[in-house]
Write a protein that binds this ligand. Structure first.
Ligand code: F6P
Length: 330
């Protein structure tokens, strides 16, 4: 019978637990032994693990975070790191390793394969959705919802004071979360790395929009959603520049790590459950170093290397709709 291991690595995402649950259940059904490595790749290096059985799955599907804990592991990136991990996997007689994480975690898995010839499967889990080859990553939909409900709240106070707000949304170097949170919260403007020309142009567009709105309506609230890492100097720099141009207060709000937490929405639970189950179905086959994802609601198998080979483009339909609704060039 097969021996399977699973770990969660990199930024945790809501739905990782739902995925672990699916993997436990599928392994139990097939009669496979399943162990969970703790703290991402650190668990592989330090032989920190626990055996996972059905009793780990009670009330798990709705829990945010990851019961296996997560980490970004520098030591693992060296050749020695991969060698040590391989030795530990061999010692436990592991046949298949399933890695739930983003592109950094998949690069780690590829690196491990230079020293270990067991089967390696990846499942995309990150709030950023910046993994090529799949429509959505586990955690992304929940993070949109969290950002949207926060922006709704900011809107209440922005309206009350007729103030300008800048809301920074996570996403690392990708604009998926910012764009779709902006669209779903009817934000007035969005700045994303994929469409960022230069500071002056963005600033002018924002100012023109606010002025046009004021001409029409008098004092108005105005919410700009800003993807993290896009504005040179950060959110405060943009707030100061905008405030001095508009001669009015501009309040910056950074949503931060709240976007990583919370109970997963059903889309993430479903995606996580399907991908986890599908991955266990591949255990023992020749298939290795692939990510299991979903495209158009169908499972796809993508070589890990392709998941970071190119920058996943924003969904054009969201871009066009945002453009149309905010009457801008996005
Ligand atoms: O990849 C998920 C993510 O939350 C990004 O959106 C963000 O840039 C980064 O992780 C933050 O990392 P950390 O939790 O290490 O501060």
């Amino acid at each position: 019978s097969k021996r399977v291991a699973v770990l969660t690595s990199g930024g945790d995402a809501p739905g990782m637990n739902a995925c672990i649950r699916a993997i436990v259940i599928a392994c139990e059904t097939k009669g496979y032994t399943l162990i969970g490595y703790l703290h991402g790749y650190n668990g592989l290096l330090n032989q920190e693990y626990e055996t996972l059985s059905l009793n780990a799955t009670h009330n798990l599907i709705q829990q945010g975070g990851t019961i296996l804990h997560s980490a970004r592991c520098e030591a693992f990136k060296s050749h020695q790191g991969a060698k040590d991990a391989a030795k530990n996997l061999q010692a436990l007689g592991i046949d298949t390793l399933i890695v739930i994480g983003g592109d950094g975690s998949f690069k780690g898995a590829q690196h491990l394969s230079t020293c270990w010839d067991g089967q390696i499967l990846g499942i995309p889990g990150t709030i950023d959705n910046d993994v090529a080859g799949c429509d959505a990553t586990v955690g992304y939909y929940t993070a949109i919802d969290t950002a949207v409900s926060s922006i709704d709240k900011v809107r209440d106070t922005a309206d009350a004071f007729e103030r300008i707000f800048l809301v920074e949304v996570m996403g690392r170097h990708a604009g998926f979360l910012a764009l779709n949170a902006a669209l779903a919260s009817a934000a007035d403007y969005v700045i994303v790395p994929e469409r960022f020309d230069n500071e002056q142009q963005e600033l002018e567009r924002i100012i023109n929009q606010i002025e046009a709105r004021r001409k029409l309506k008098g004092p108005v609230s105005f919410i700009v959603v800003v993807a993290e890492n896009v504005w040179p100097g950060g959110l405060n720099t943009l707030a100061e520049r905008l405030s001095s141009h508009m001669q009015s207060e501009v309040r910056p709000v950074t949503l931060g790590h709240v976007q990583r937490g919370g109970s997963p929405v059903s889309q993430d639970r479903l995606l996580a459950t399907k991908l986890g189950t599908y991955a266990v179905g591949l255990v023992g086959t020749e298939k290795t170093l692939i990510m299991i994802g979903e495209v158009d609601h169908h499972p796809v198998e993508v070589p890990l290397k392709e998941t970071w080979a190119y920058t996943k483009p924003l969904d054009e339909c969201s871009v066009e709709t945002m453009l149309a609704t905010m009457n801008q060039r996005y």
